[in-house]
Design a protein around this ligand. Structure first.
Ligand SMILES: NC(=O)c1ccc[n+]([C@@H]2O[C@H](COP(=O)([O-])OP(=O)(O)OC[C@H]3O[C@@H](n4cnc5c(N)ncnc54)[C@H](OP(=O)(O)O)[C@@H]3O)[C@@H](O)[C@H]2O)c1
Length: 299
């Protein structure tokens, strides 16, 4: 069975590629500049040429703050691109797994977000992702949209690598402590996506729609940073001695982030038997790979 993965050079796309051999699938991985999801004709032609059984869209415009000044590009990649992919899948009668974000919510809810909660994005990135999700729902019934959060992997830039870099340079760091979320390891999400692909392609699946998947347990960016330093400090020398908790107001950014990004992941467990992994356990695994030399050391 053949899977076409778009956005192969991103954090998630890379993690999917690393599972290629074990997955048992024929995984074709594409990315810019050869496969540009904002080019409708190209999308249709490339999907036809690839002739996959299922499409996984791991591509996105993910620069949350920059999106405020690059709204057109963010909507082209996150809203129009997924629509073109959905159309191409619909015309070939194949399903699609698409990845979305916790940033479609405004964070005002006091408990974990359910798939059925109304979206209310705070910035351009979240709005563009929500528009992409809606387009897929309208164009392709055989879709699975997975909302995830606070994604990090061994490949690409992310919060973990930023903290490691700063932790080597500075004694004290100030980190936001009033935004709550669930760190998600790209390799875990890749496993979940491959398991869902198996369900779909062996015909045992009739539950299309939207699902949440993120690391188990929640924390703040400050708590996440402290755990990164706890674990990394046993593996490499760090300069950092203190992480000061600060509020969102102390650290203004072009886009407001949701105060609560915690996603309820019960539905994906009920429908696909997918269990989420404690976020600290996944982080320890990632750091071991990254810092012991097995992974990429571009931190
Ligand atoms: N990162 C997070 O914290 C986070 C949180 C929640 C949800 N998500 C979602 O999770 C998914 C995976 O995120 P990620 O962190 O793996 O993203 P990422 O590392 O930014 O990777 C996205 C990939 O998509 C490619 N891309 C951008 N524009 C494209 C286009 N026009 N055509 C084809 N490919 C294009 C990028 O290429 P270039 O690098 O060359 O632009 C990159 O290789 C996304 O849907 C994202 O919205 C991410």
């Amino acid at each position: 069975m053949k899977l076409l993965v778009i956005g192969a050079n991103g954090q998630l796309g890379w993690a999917l590629g690393e599972k290629r051999e074990k997955s048992g699938f024929n995984l074709e991985r594409v990315d810019l500049p050869d496969f540009n999801i904002t080019d409708k004709v190209n999308v249709s032609r490339q999907v036809e040429k690839s002739d996959p059984d299922l499409v996984i869209n791991a591509s996105a415009y993910t620069a949350v703050d920059k999106a405020e000044s690059e709204s057109e590009l963010a909507f082209a990649v996150n809203a129009k691109g997924p629509a073109y992919l959905a159309e191409a899948c619909a015309s070939r009668g194949i399903p699609m797994i698409h990845v979305s974000t916790d940033y479609v919510f405004d964070g005002e809810k006091k408990t974990p977000y359910l798939e059925s909660d109304p979206v209310s994005p705070l910035g351009v990135y979240g709005k563009s992702k929500a528009a992409g999700d809606d387009a897929i729902r309208n164009l392709l019934s055989s879709h699975v949209i997975i909302r995830t959060a606070w994604l990090y992997g061994t490949h690409g830039q992310n919060f973990v690598k930023t903290m490691l870099r700063l932790g080597k340079e500075r004694k004290t760091l100030r980190v936001v402590a009033d935004q709550h979320g669930c760190p998600t390891y790209a390799a875990d999400l890749a496993d979940a996506i491959l398991k869902i692909s198996r369900h779909i392609l062996n015909g045992s699946h009739d539950q299309w729609g939207t699902y949440h998947y993120c690391g188990q347990g929640s924390t703040t960016w400050h708590g996440f940073a402290e755990e990164i330093f706890n674990i990394a400090g046993t593996l490499i020398p760090l300069k950092v001695r203190k992480t000061e908790p600060v509020s969102t107001d102390d650290y203004p950014t072009p886009t407001r982030r949701p105060a609560n990004s915690v996603l309820d992941c019960r539905r994906i467990k009920e429908k696909f038997g997918i269990r989420t992994r404690p976020w600290k356990e996944s982080l320890a695994e990632m750091l071991k790979i990254l810092l012991s030399g097995e992974g990429r050391l571009d931190v």
